[in-house]
Design a protein around this ligand. Sequence first.
Ligand code: 13P
Length: 249
Amino acid sequence: MARRKIIAGNWKMNKTPSEAVALAVELKPLVANEDVDVVFCVPAIDIVLVAEAVKGSSIKVGAENMYFEESGAYTGEISPAMLVDAGVKYVILGHSERREYFGETNEDVNKKMLKAFEHNITPIMCCGETLEQREQGVTMDFIRQQVKVGFQNVTADQAKTAVIAYEPIWAIGTGKTATTAQAQEVCAGIRACIAEVYDEATADAIRIQYGGSVNAATAPELFAQPDIDGGLVGGASLKAEFGKIVNYK
Ligand code: 13P
């Protein structure tokens, strides 16, 4: 089955509302490509303005996080309904920075996954190993646990629509992209894990991105791999270079 590529920018904690609008307007013509899904995942405070700025294009807006309760006394958190009403279609869940600095566990990520599906927001669930884990030879064991717990109680029909981002922690923001072979190997391993948990049809449908220092030079070879269905791009998504990444062919 030919899976549609999905290339998402993760702006992380960058761009004030006015800066975000300027960047969205700058990137809008550069990322035009009807053959791929393009998503800008932006800080919560920028979502409404960026959604407005990209109107008239096929760019979708995503969030970088979301809470797993509907509403109530959770000071500082953002609910799924708030995101939907603001125009959000995708949400990054379980990014390694959230796991490391904000203590998010696989169980938290699972609760957020279930909530996202309930509200028809497509999750981009992140997974990935540390350098130490890679050197210890436990990369796939660790990632399989992240994926299996993250997808607990997610139905096959829901899983088919999900996106998984494989982001080796040692490749994030370091300028050190995983080799194409390393990235393909783990993405294939994640797909095999989904086939085990669900079935071949689900494994065939789910989209798996690579993330970690993706740039205009590395994107073409990475995105040509059979199990890599696009990318989750940090630093390079804040520049005109993102247009080259989206138009990698
Ligand atoms: P960089 O592309 O800056 O390495 O960031 C990757 C990332 O964490 C995307 O979510």
